[in-house]
Design a binder for this molecule. Structure first.
Ligand code: F0G
Length: 441
């Protein structure tokens, strides 16, 4: 039986199928210098035995070695871009659970539903899976400063990993448009934090210029190494299911890095013989920030139209010009998947239902359940289907939203009221045992 050793050659490859130019894995590039296309990591080398790999991944869960304890680096044979693992920066990310949620399944119209909850990560979101890989590449390249623009989670994650690696973190945020807890995390992890009077898409253009001028390494999701780490979310999910492939994987879409990563990971798992079919990928966007859904509805042909003023209370996915749309389109198509959009009210109510399941998540993550409800009602997803929904962020990421929803104070960006459909208010009671007993009878 072949041993699972690493003999692979890693390169950066242009994702544009007409270009496919290759570059050294150690070049600092975010786009192809030849055609401007997105880049990805590509590997060539001996095929590894899938049964040996599966057994090894399982055995590593009993190991106390930091690399094996990481739910990302445990799968390192499937993204062998590092030559020396002493560069790895890990906070033991990944290791996130699959949670059965009958209450949420019923709400969505399904017989059963499983959440892959990425909010159990060290900084509370799925960004940690990618950031450990991106930060490790930055360290390997000898970078002193790293930067990102973020709707909040990338910045919290980058701040933590930069601090752990001894690098300086520069964070650019759309002023006033991120959840307070995420800003607080960046400050606590010691990041230099700049709030810019512009939206996510405008700031991304700005930091591309600054990165070049100041020699700073960019860790936004178009960074191909972030994608390599993020794809392990699918490996871990499959490993936890003994490599049984679900019918659907449902996830929220903002900058579309995550769906690109999932699609790549799943395709590679199939090529490696770890699975024999692909799950269908369903991407859910918020109505006011849904350029990809609009493009998908038009058949994914012609020009991609950015939304100039994206709006949603799910601030994590308030993005109008997602950089990774060409990759996302390829992955959704290849998987036989689809793209859906949901309203502010639908997100808010779905989120409350995920809370009532004892699980909880941040608003962007709840777009998954809202999308499932819509797709089941329409017949796109069968009620008996095997569905995994990815909850991308922790319930404590946006407490302000939660409090406002439950107290009937939540307003959509256009000023309309969000109904507190499943509201739950705290009661003010007198310090009187008899009266309280009466109330609780
Ligand atoms: N869910 C959450 C909680 C997010 O923070 C994000 C993205 C997404 C979903 C969408 O993922 O961009 O890969 O399609 N947050 C980024 C950030 C943009 O800056 O934290 P995507």
């Amino acid at each position: 039986m072949a041993l699972a050793t690493q003999t692979a050659l890693a390169e950066l490859v242009c994702f544009n199928q007409e270009c496919r130019t290759r570059y050294a894995i150690t070049e600092v590039l975010y786009n192809c210098p030849k055609c401007g296309g997105l880049l990805e990591a590509g590997y060539s080398g001996d095929a590894l035995n899938p049964d040996v790999l599966k057994r090894m991944f399982l055995e590593r869960r009993m190991s106390n070695a930091p690399l094996d304890q990481s739910g990302v680096w445990r799968y390192r044979e499937l993204f062998p871009f590092l030559e020396d693992y002493s560069d790895v920066v890990t906070l033991r990310e990944g290791n996130t659970p699959l949670l059965h949620a009958p209450i949420a399944a019923k709400y969505g119209g399904l017989d059963s539903l499983v959440f892959k909850h990425q909010g159990f990560n060290p900084t509370g979101s799925f960004k940690d899976n990618g950031m450990t890989a991106g930060a490790s590449q930055a360290k390997r390249l000898g970078m002193k400063r790293v930067a990102c623009v973020s709707t909040g989670n990338t910045s919290a994650s980058m701040a933590a990993y930069a601090a752990a690696a001894g690098m300086e973190a520069l964070i650019f945020l759309p002023n006033g448009k991120i959840a307070f807890s995420k800003l607080a995390q960046a400050l606590e992890y010691g990041a230099k934090t700049l709030q810019v009077e512009a939206n996510f898409d405008q700031i991304l253009a700005l930091i591309r210029v600054l990165a070049e001028r100041l020699g700073i390494y960019l860790l936004n999701s178009m960074n191909p190494f972030r994608v390599e780490g993020q794809k392990t979310i699918m490996f871990e999910m499959l490993d936890q299911r003994d490599w049984r492939v679900p019918d659907w994987v449902v996830l929220p879409g903002g900058n579309l890095g995550n769906v690109s990563a999932f699609g790549k990971g799943l395709r590679e798992a199939k090529v490696a013989g770890l699975i024999d079919k692909l799950p269908r990928l369903a991407v859910i966007q918020a109505e006011g920030s849904a350029p990809f859904e609009e493009y998908w509805k038009r058949g994914g042909a012609g020009e991609f139209h950015a939304v100039e003023k994206p709006e949603t209370l799910a601030t994590a996915i308030r993005i109008g010009d997602p950089v990774s749309w060409p990759k996302a389109l390829h992955e959704v198509r290849t998987s036989g998947g689809t793209v859906e959009k949901v309203s502010e009210q639908e997100i808010a109510d779905a989120k409350a239902q995920i809370g009532l399941a004892g699980i909880g998540c941040e608003p962007a993550s709840a777009a998954t359940l809202a999308g499932i409800k819509k797709m089941v009602a329409r017949g796109t997803i069968d009620r008996g289907a095997d569905v995994v929904a990815v909850l991308t962020g922790n319930v404590m990421k946006d407490p302000d939203y939660i409090y406002k929803y439950h107290t009937g104070q939540l307003e959509a960006p256009d000023g309309s009221k969000i109904a507190s459909t499943f509201g739950n208010q705290a009661m003010v009671v007198p310090n009187d045992a008899n009266k309280i007993a009466e109330l609780l009878r």
